[in-house]
Design a protein around this ligand. Structure first.
Ligand SMILES: CC(=O)SCCNC(=O)CCNC(=O)[C@H](O)C(C)(C)COP(=O)(O)OP(=O)(O)OC[C@H]1O[C@@H](n2cnc3c(N)ncnc32)[C@H](O)[C@@H]1OP(=O)(O)O
Ligand SMILES: O=C([O-])CC(=O)C(=O)O
Length: 371
């Protein structure tokens, strides 16, 4: 038995949810460029869950379910109020989603029907939970979700209590489309491993949130913003990046396990970053990002991934840095749950082997004789 570090190149499952072939990302066979240009996030979520684009009637029924399920239990709000104010938002989200299972009578009902309902509930409730965490940690009361608006619209509204600008809703909606699914990324794999034991959907999503939190995965978007805020304007980019590269420090938002010629989602976020900068009359973050890209591409041959330009996009939308990764979760829960449903459909326990590298033939030594 020989291990492959990080399971690189190992095909661990079959899936019909999304694919990456020759650098092209598709959801259920639809190219991400096409979806980013034309589809709403809710249409994409429907596509991921049910394998086809919704008709008008199907979409309107989904929107109505999402609206009906968007509130969260009062007891959960009370729990969030007990979290420390200087919380880590992803840790808070992980805890809150785990707790959500306690308030769902059907949490352990493993029928397809119950799991589809929980899928839609999780999608509806995650934005409400994230907005509640964001407000409560600032000492504010959470804001109840609006009825009959998109997830992007509702989330921005629940953060501030103000009607969001149409351009902000459109930008966030597109970002949600771009983040919705990504084949067997680490958090999706974590979700599939968890539910393959026939554990419940909340356990799967809680595992996934834990995996997404790390800076080598979803946490990189926040780390990109930390980097941008440490750089003193465009003229300071070269000094800062050179110093990191000379010291072999990774530049967050660059590189990818699967894409070696660039992440197809990055160009959409780059364009949004440019457009939002133009609209706000300040392209500093965009300009800095472009210069960072030039340096990292020329010196390391590494291209930006989905996390790189999303940092400047979210900042220009007025969103706090520590909400970037939770926003990733708001989108990716659509993909996680699509994979969980797929796993349940044709399940087998996921249990690979490890190549043992420790000592052998050890003899037990009584504690009195140990040194
Ligand atoms: C949504 C997402 O999850 S997208 C990914 C988000 N993560 C990041 O942006 C974090 C920064 N990037 C990385 O850490 C990596 O590129 C990963 C984790 C995304 C992919 O990692 P892997 O396929 O395991 O590549 P690995 O980390 O082994 O890197 C291979 C080589 O490239 C280098 N490298 C990889 N990424 C970077 C980077 N961002 N900056 C500088 N060097 C890098 C490594 O140092 C390593 O060099 P070495 O061979 O000289 O030691
Ligand atoms: O696929 C990966 O390894 C990481 C990624 O880009 C994602 O999850 O969107």
């Amino acid at each position: 038995m020989t291990a492959t570090k990080g399971l690189e190149g190992i095909v661990a499952t079959t899936s019909s949810v999304s694919s990456i072939v020759d650098g092209v990302l598709t959801y259920r066979g639809y190219n991400i460029d096409d979806l980013a240009e034309h589809a709403s996030f809710e249409e994409v979520a429907y596509l991921l869950w049910f394998g086809k684009l919704p008709t008008k009637a199907e979409l309107s029924s989904l929107l109505s379910d999402l609206s009906d399920y968007a509130s969260i239990p009062e007891a959960l709000v009370s729990q969030i109020k007990l979290y420390p104010k200087d919380l880590n938002t992803m840790a808070a989200l992980r805890s809150a989603v785990s707790a959500l299972a306690l308030y769902d009578e059907s949490a352990n009902d493993m029928s397809r029907e119950a799991n589809v309902k929980k899928t839609i509930k999780l999608q509806a409730q995650l934005p409400t939970i994230v907005a509640a965490i964001a407000r409560i940690r600032e000492g504010k009361e959470p804001i109840a979700p609006l009825k009959n608006v998109s997830i992007a619209h509702n989330f921005l509204y629940m953060l501030t209590g103000k009607e969001p600008a149409e351009i902000a809703v459109k930008a966030l909606d597109k970002a949600l489309v771009l983040h919705a699914d990504h084949e067997l990324n680490a958090s999706t794999f974590a979700a599939r491993v968890t539910v393959a034991t026939l554990s419940d959907i909340y356990s799967g999503v809680t595992s996934a949130i834990g995996a997404l939190k790390g800076p080598l995965h979803g946490g990189a978007n926040e780390a990109v913003m930390v980097m941008l805020s440490e750089i003193n304007g465009k003229d300071d980019v070269d000094r800062y990046i050179q110093n990191k590269l000379d010291n072999k420090v990774k530049i967050m938002g660059f590189g990818h396990r699967v894409y070696k010629n660039g992440d197809p989602r990055a160009k959409h976020l780059q364009k949004m970053s440019y457009e939002l900068g133009q609209m706000n009359g300040d392209t500093t973050l965009y300009d800095m990002s472009v210069r960072i890209e030039e340096l990292v591409v020329s010196q390391k041959g590494l291209k930006p991934n989905v996390d790189f330009y999303s940092a400047s996009v979210y900042t220009m939308l007025g969103i706090a840095r520590d909400l970037f990764t939770p926003i990733f979760a708001i989108s990716r829960v659509s993909g996680w749950t699509a994979h969980i449903l797929e796993q349940y459909e044709d399940n087998r326990l996921i249990r690979p082997r490890a190549e043992y590298t420790g000592p052998v033939h050890q003899k037990y030594v009584a504690i009195s004789s140990r040194i």
